[in-house]
Design a protein around this ligand. Structure first.
Ligand SMILES: [Zn+2]
Length: 410
């Protein structure tokens, strides 16, 4: 009995310690035993920082598109630096508990500029001169990476050689980092749960699991580490139907105790008009993943993503969107996210930004947790509870503008 009381007192103390995040104050530092998922707002593509319970760190994508037209949302905090630079500065602040901040893992969901970085005029050279600094290559130039995971290493030939200027630049970076900087580069292999592991104190957190779900059409079945290929053999279909870059996106499920999180890159779930049904990769992925506490929208909530099956299967309390375009999300996706027919119960959608034209449309048909800011999901000790902390992205104040929760993991 006394042990139970003590445990309850300790739990209360821990939850009180966690409750440091308050509106108007700087976001509290990460604490050992907790897990942070930061969706960093740059307005120029996806960038996420994960801090696992033992302090292991991972970045997922670091996009940097260079064009800015009326259909785009603007750069955050502003255009005085490139997105990759802002991301590095954000990461250094989020890892301020560590005197030598580094990334144990970097993962690239797929080879598009809004996830990897675009090379264009004005993009500077790296110190080696071998590649240019944009997005993920900027991050890797300034923060030491332990292991780099993507869908194509080492030959980058599926479904056809991936050698546009932006991917060429990334490939030069990956090879240079492997040859000269001791970075371990690996192809992401669906089904496995040992390519991303806790690097610092794994024994202390046995309920942590990082499951590779899908890439290149190969999808985990949900049983042991077996997979199934959902794309037909290339020579059996017309080249016009071949898998697109988005369809090849990496997806994964991250678990800590009862807390689960899903990320699926830019995978589609609704075939474009006249296209074959197997272009829907969300459905097999969602079958393997099942219910989660939180998830990021596939393909920024664009027209070909977020099908009914995936929304119903994942049924999270919290959705996040990384926005850089007026189609993020579409009003059809927004409608599906609100549907209590697809799954019952409350849910909130947190967007890093919302295009002005979209704001008025979606405000009329549902509630949004935030329409701007860095979105930080903070998972408490053991994964039992989590909060959402929104941080101002108009400057580098790191000031909290909203705290939601705690929510119970199921
Ligand atoms: Zn994208």
């Amino acid at each position: 009995m006394i042990t139970h009381l003590l445990a309850a007192a300790v739990a209360l103390l821990l939850s009180t310690c966690r409750a440091q995040d308050a509106v108007g104050r700087e976001i509290a530092p990460w604490q050992p035993g907790t897990m942070d998922i930061h969706q960093i707002s740059t307005g120029r593509g996806n960038a996420a920082l994960y801090i696992f319970p033992d302090g292991t760190t991972m970045v997922v994508d670091a996009g940097e598109i260079q064009t800015l037209t009326q259909r785009h949302t603007g750069p955050r905090p502003d255009g005085s630096r490139k997105a990759g630079e802002w991301v590095v500065r954000y990461i250094r602040h989020a890892l301020r508990h560590d005197p030598q901040p580094a990334l144990d893992y970097a993962l690239l969901t797929h080879f598009h500029g809004d996830h990897m970085g675009e090379v264009a005029g004005g993009v500077p050279d790296s110190r080696s001169g071998v590649y240019k600094l944009a997005g993920i290559t900027r991050v890797g130039e300034e923060l030491k990476i332990g292991k780099l995971l993507d869908r194509g290493w080492p030959d980058y030939r599926y479904p056809a050689p991936v050698d546009d200027a932006h991917t060429k630049n990334y490939r030069a970076f990956a090879h240079w980092q492997a040859d000269h900087n001791g970075v371990k580069v690996e192809r992401f292999q669906p089904g496995r749960n040992d390519q991303v592991v806790l690097r610092r104190d794994p024994k202390k957190y046995p309920s942590f699991d990082f499951r590779n779900v899908g890439a290149n059409g190969e999808v985990w079945t949900g049983v042991a580490s077996t997979t199934r290929n959902h794309f037909p053999l290339l020579d059996s279909v017309p080249q016009a139907d071949w898998p697109t870059e988005n369809m090849c996106s990496i997806s994964f499920r991250l678990s800590f105790g009862k807390f689960d999180f899903f990320s699926g890159g830019d995978m589609p779930g609704i075939p474009m008009p006249g296209c074959p049904q197997w272009h829907d990769i969300e459905t097999p992925v969602a079958k393997a993943v099942g219910p989660v506490e939180a998830a990021i929208l596939d393909h920024h909530g664009y027209i070909d993503s977020m099908n009914e099956f995936l929304i119903a299967a994942l049924r999270p309390r919290i959705w996040t969107i990384s926005v850089w375009d007026s189609g993020h999300p579409t009003s059809a996706v927004w409608n599906r996210l609100q549907s209590k027919r697809l799954y019952p119960g409350p849910r909130e959608v947190y967007a890093t930004d919302v295009h002005t034209g979209v704001r008025s449309v979606i405000n009329g048909i549902g509630y949004m947790g935030t329409d701007h800011g860095h979105i930080v999901i903070r998972v408490g000790p053991g994964g039992d509870q989590f909060r959402v902390v929104v941080v101002d992205d108009a400057s580098e104040s790191h000031r909290v503008i909203k705290v939601a929760g705690p929510y119970e993991s199921r």
